[in-house]
Design a protein. Sequence first.
Length: 561
Amino acid sequence: MNTKKADIVVSSNAVFTGLTDVPASASIAIVNDKILAIGSNEEIASYIGKDTKVYSFEDQLIMPGFHDFHLHIMAGSMQMDSINLIDAKSEEEAAEMVRQFAETRPEAPWILGYSWFHGNWENKQLPSVASLDRVLPDRPVILSHAEGHYAWVNSKALEIMGINRDTPNPSFGEITKDENGELTGILYERAIDLVSKGAYDFSRATKAQMIKNFLQMAAEYGVTSVNDLYAPFSDILDDYELFKELEETGELTVRIHILPALNGDIRRAKQLRDTYTSEMLQFSGLKQFIDGVISGYTAFLLEPYSDKPETRGSTAFPPELIKKWVLEADREGFRIRFHAIGDGSVRLALDAFEDAKKINGVRDSRHTIEHIETIHPDDISRFQQLGVIASMQPFHFVGGEEVKELFNSRLGEERNKLTAAVNTLKNAGAKLAFGSDFPIVPLNPLLEIYGAVTRSCSMDSQENVWNIDERISLSDAIKAYTYGPAYGAFRENELGTLEVGKLADIIVLDRNLFEVPEKEILEAKVEMTIINGNIVFERKFKKDYFLNEDGLDLPLSSRQL
């Protein structure tokens, strides 16, 4: 009989620890913030005391908490109170949705929206400033594209921010103009900052409420850890001190790993590394963009775009500067993560990491490349050789025929065969780590799991699946959303699997994903989220208890004990 009693015991016929490829029957005893014991109901019975909360989940799936390896907290929190335009079928419909939304926000200084995607529109054409000016001539509007690398604004927004036909383009950015030199209302890459610095100027109180809304949503989706990566708007939105304040008041219910900009400022990076060191909030590395996106011709390719042969895109910074930053940061022990979408950018990132290893010496750096939308065959094996992690977001590549055809157009069919080569990289020995890229994609990890397993975005049809051979198993997909990110954050000894001594970050799904048709992955819900041994979300709870001969409160499923 154990003298140490558990605070919480959870049991199920389907417990996926992450140590095997299938779930099994087990009970888990939790004390304070850690897993005390895992075993059969009989083995765990002695850990149950009169104050132990006991939960029996029958055939529902218990697993490690989801760890989102790539998202943007403040941008996502902001968009939770903005207009989502993903369902718009035309420029006119999107503009009308914005007008209706604006009517519900009469006092808002700016009208904010996101996720418009002209690839879903009948004419496939970029929208114009005129359509927004017609519906909202007197209030500034900024609408982020579905991929986040270009924005649609109205004339009022341009006027307020002092942008006109004579405003010069920033480096790695474009203020687009028509053939007459007039502004079109489309801003690419760093040109977006010229408007967003005014639109996203929120008070700290507003930011704090945004973060709390995000934390609640994360708990409901079973997300127990996140990696908050630098983005172009981070200089405007991010406020790490707010995270710290929420931690100090006990309101931080998600582990946050921060990754500010890799920009040559090693002194600031060291300060942040020394400041954020707790189990709930910690510095995790440095992140930077090498390129943009394929749809906007801003991803950097090794060969020209198939439908625009005069360009192969460009890098956000000169390649030699990127390599210099990597060399300096790697020498100081920082891990580095690069946004690299084109095959040219992927190669540049790998080259920079390889150079750092040769010059600074071999260490367990766990440098990472984000997205890897296309890759040259010669570079696939280099991930394993260099120990570089492949950070990917499978639901980016399940957009249906329209997105598939867009990539075919940009890359050509031969290059497009290696778009989002998840399985190819895995089979070549690359370590996978999944995330959502929220708010570009919804936060729900089950979308990513489904995308990885099916390469489809629809429960009804899996015809014309994009690169079907790049599907992976359910087990591998879950591990890439639990253990993979834990490893990527140097926390595999604390997180990512259910093992004795590890931190008690545990979730329960309403069904065993291993026993249901694949389409039900999209229908699954989180029943309970436990982080640090605390229940932070509970969808429902059946009190099916009885008293055993010792007077201990046990669930019905424990009758066999």
